[in-house]
Design a binder for this molecule. Structure first.
Ligand code: PLP
Length: 455
């Protein structure tokens, strides 16, 4: 590495997020320099298909000029204003109007933040607030799922079921956060158990937890329609159908975390639509702006909004807000993003290319490393197994997922290893031909990893 190079400066001064800094110090980072469509190039000139859309977010790829122009126009008109103290601005109002028009029925109000963690953090506070105002202040516990991912704040990391994000900080915080099992049917289904029976077992576990803790102590249940950071895990058949009535019966709010699923990823506008869920709150971010600006929204029901009004009458303003929540430039970019989704019928496009995506990855089941492929729309997870006939996983610590990820990178494909599951969420604009090339590069990555494992 040359002294004074970009890579040297990176190693000396830049602290990368969610990075094994020990390994990083040895290898350095791949620095991405530019993008076009579904492709990105690093500073060495190497080209990649970005099969994760960055962090599950760059839905319109990496060169959508209309979004840059929308940002520029708004920067020239009103580069900043807030929405505190009875003030506001047109882009946030128009976006709230638009989002609530396309939201699942009954979610008629929007609060804005900068990212998914903040949206979910707001949802946790609002769940507590709602139960306080409606006379059930003892409802404080929040249920998440093992391997669920809802963010990085102290509360959302506590709610997430990701031990590596909790252990260093002694999270979960206090006794307010509970977790039920991860609904990965392929890995956790019992021999002979159908998907529906597995879902019933998951629901029975939820019921037992509620019975143990007491329904009157539980405020809300959070779930991603398709679990992203847990490994791109689609719910087994009958899962939400079994879970939702239990929550309703116990007066527990359902918060749908659509930070990854929202805006067409699952082949419908919302993951809730794909799985027939009617949530009390819905958090969304990422594809809301196609990732061109940081922005998230929490959409809330009329009942929760009524509690906000009632609470304000009693105690004054709802004590929550961010300097940059609903930033006008981010809102202008979101409005343009949503206009593009509509004009180009992005949901229709996802439905049209989804079979090529799922069948193309599915064809890799013939590979000795691939145990299973599951997905919906343009999100999928590929299970890597040591012995797929015996359904035997690799030993903990073998890091085969990381090996495959590394070999895919070498083959010009950016994917994400989550343990021994490889996640795919390409930009929504990907074409069938590009999906074909993505699958070819994936096979090359798998072959290279397989060859190394045989040495
Ligand atoms: N919720 C889900 C489902 C996510 O996947 C993520 C991030 O990947 C978050 C919340 C947190 O969003 P952010 O990183 O924007 O805070």
């Amino acid at each position: 590495m040359r002294p004074n190079s970009l890579h040297a400066a990176d190693l000396a001064h830049m602290v990368h997020q969610q990075t094994d800094l020990g390994a990083h110090a040895a290898d350095g980072a791949v620095l991405i320099a530019r993008g076009e469509g579904v492709h990105v190039w690093d500073t060495e000139g190497k080209e990649y298909i970005e099969a994760m859309a960055g962090l599950w977010c760059a839905s319109l790829g990496f060169s959508e000029k209309r979004l840059a122009e929308a940002a520029y126009r708004q920067l020239l008109t009103l580069p900043y204003y807030h929405t505190f103290f009875q003030k506001g601005h047109e882009p946030s109002v128009r976006l709230a109007e638009k989002l609530t028009a396309i939201a699942p029925p009954g979610l008629n109000h929007a609060m804005f933040q900068c990212g998914g963690s903040e949206a979910n953090d707001a949802a946790i506070k609002l769940a507590w607030y709602y139960h306080n105002v409606t006379g059930r202040p003892q409802k404080k516990k929040i249920i998440g799922r093992i391997r669920g991912y809802h963010g990085n704040t102290v509360a959302t990391a506590s709610l997430s079921g990701q031990p590596h994000m909790q252990a260093d900080f002694d999270l979960p915080l206090g006794d307010r956060f509970l977790h039920i099992s991860n609904p990965n049917y392929y890995r956790a289904g019992l021999p002979g158990e159908t998907e529906e029976q597995f879902s019933e077992r998951m629901a029975a576990e939820l019921q037992a937890l509620i019975d143990r803790e007491g329904a009157d102590t539980i405020a809300a249940f959070f779930a991603e329609p398709v679990q992203g950071g847990g490994g791109a895990i689609t719910p087994p058949r009958g899962y939400f159908e079994a879970i939702v009535p239990i929550l309703k019966q116990a007066g527990i709010l359902f918060v749908a975390d659509e930070v990854i699923c929202g805006f067409g990823r699952t082949g419908h506008y919302w993951g809730c639509e794909t799985y027939g869920i009617q949530p009390d709150m819905l958090s969304c971010a990422k594809q809301l702006t196609a990732a061109y600006q940081p922005l998230s929204a929490l959409l809330i029901s009329d009942a929760i909004h009524a509690a906000l009004l009632e609470g304000s009458k009693r105690n004054g303003s709802f004590g929550h807000g961010y300097t940059y929540g609903g930033h006008p430039v981010a809102c202008a970019v979101a409005l343009e993003t949503l206009a593009i989704y509509e004009e180009r019928d992005m949901v229709g496009h996802v439905q049209a290319v989804s079979p090529a995506f799922l069948d193309g990855l599915g064809a890799l089941r013939d590979h000795p490393l691939v145990g299973d492929v599951r997905g919906v729309g343009l999100i999928a997870g590929v299970e890597l197994m040591a012995d797929k006939a015996k359904k035997e996983p690799f030993p903990a610590g073998a890091k085969v997922g990381l090996l495959v990820q590394e070999k895919c990178h070498a083959a010009g494909l950016i994917v994400r290893a989550i343990g021994d599951r490889i996640a795919f969420t390409p930009p929504l604009i990907i074409t069938a031909a590009q999906i074909g090339e993505m699958c070819r590069r994936f096979r090359a990555g798998l072959d290279a990893a397989w060859a190394e494992l045989q040495e």
